[in-house]
Design a protein around this ligand. Structure first.
Ligand code: BGC
Length: 351
């Protein structure tokens, strides 16, 4: 079968390879991949900056934002033949650490977790894959191909859970939320904020194109410029860019008792000059909480599936801005101005 593979830490090594059928040791559920979303992590892997091949192998099959249809499932499995499903990305570490042992692999304590399509496990960008029942999530059939948004939504479902749990350290009745970055993660974070009944603001550098419209269509407010110029101090900031200046601005401008959740992965080497005394003083005197958030466990995938089912499907469809057939995979990896979420279609389009 065909799979899009890379040699991690070697730029421009991606190719459409002929690979073996998935081994039965990967699990009793066989899935035909329908579509796979491309995200910043994939682009980092393709650039040779991230990713690890399975032990003893040179190439890694890419793809962690998946949507597939079940071809085989044992009786008693949580999914049946024909179901649309998404594969969870992370697997617990083998020790396992205390968190992985209770299914909270997104909080792995020793870094020995593995991730499909990213770290030591083949991803989902192959015609078929196998999986075990505990790592597969059923998608509402009405979502169709939009189910490919489930994995990125799981990441923001976790971020919001973090915010709510941390906010709940005292009386917590947030009114306003700022999301920085209007990429897929930012837009999905904004969607979940609106679903929580918050007054949502999204700040991005783009002044035109589809992103401002997508924000407004959610009932949220679009801004560009600096956080300090917004004219209000948000109760919650979900930072989705990883841009150092925005991260610092978020820490400085969040409201008293507010929560800043950092979800953007930045590259090292950006040195800023910071008045750390003022930053610390403000954070302490205002009870500000900053939390980093990555990955998602099963609970977050389920929350994400629920959020997507409740969302306006026409709005979700606008997030999937480009669909590229597997044979033309390389054009899916180009960044174009009006791209929001680019998806590689592995099997012909669903209804
Ligand atoms: C994925 C996460 C993963 C993270 C770090 C993200 O793109 O969505 O599941 O944990 O990359 O590897």
């Amino acid at each position: 079968m065909k799979a899009l593979t890379v040699i991690p830490h070697q730029a421009h090594s991606a190719e459409l390879s002929e690979v073996d059928e998935p081994p039965s040791t990967d699990g009793p559920i066989l899935v035909a991949t329908q579509a796979v979303g491309i995200c910043g992590t994939d682009l980092e892997i393709l650039a040779g900056d991230y990713g690890w091949a399975p032990p003893g192998r040179e190439r890694l099959t890419l793809g962690h934002e998946s949507l597939g249809r079940v071809l085989e499932a044992p009786s008693g499995a949580p999914v049946a033949v024909g179901d649309l499903v998404v594969g969870i990305v992370r697997r617990p570490d083998p020790v396992p650490c205390a968190n992985c042992a209770v299914g909270e692999w997104d909080f792995c304590r020793n870094g020995r977790y593995t991730e499909r399509g990213i770290k030591e496990l083949d991803g989902y960008l192959s015609e078929r894959y196998r999986i075990t029942p505990e790592f597969v999530v059923r998608v509402e059939p009405a979502l169709g191909t939009l189910g490919v948004l489930l994995e990125p939504t799981s990441v923001v479902a976790k971020a919001w859970e973090d915010v709510d749990r941390i906010g709940g350290r005292a009386h917590w009745a947030p009114v306003s939320a700022l999301v920085t970055g209007a990429g897929p993660i930012g837009l999905l974070a904004a969607l979940l904020g609106v679903q929580r009944g918050l007054e949502v603001h999204v700040l991005d550098q783009m002044t035109g194109g589809v992103k401002p419209d997508l924000v407004r269509a959610l009932g949220a407010t679009y801004h560009h410029g600096a956080i300090g110029d917004l004219g209000f101090a948000p109760d919650v900031i979900i930072e989705c860019t990883g841009v150092a200046t925005l991260v610092l601005d978020a820490m400085t401008h969040v409201g008293d008792g507010g929560v800043v959740c950092l979800t953007g992965v930045s590259s090292a080497g950006h040195l800023l000059s910071v008045d750390e005394g003022a930053l610390n003083r403000n954070m302490v005197l205002s009870n500000v909480a900053i939390v980093g958030s990555v990955n998602a466990n099963r609970r977050h995938y389920e929350a994400a599936a629920d959020a997507l089912a409740r969302a306006n499907h026409d709005w979700l469809a606008r997030l999937v801005s480009r669909r590229v057939p597997l044979a033309q995979w390389s054009s899916a990896l180009e960044r174009r101005d009006d791209d929001v979420k680019v998806v590689i279609e592995v099997a012909p389009s669903l209804t």
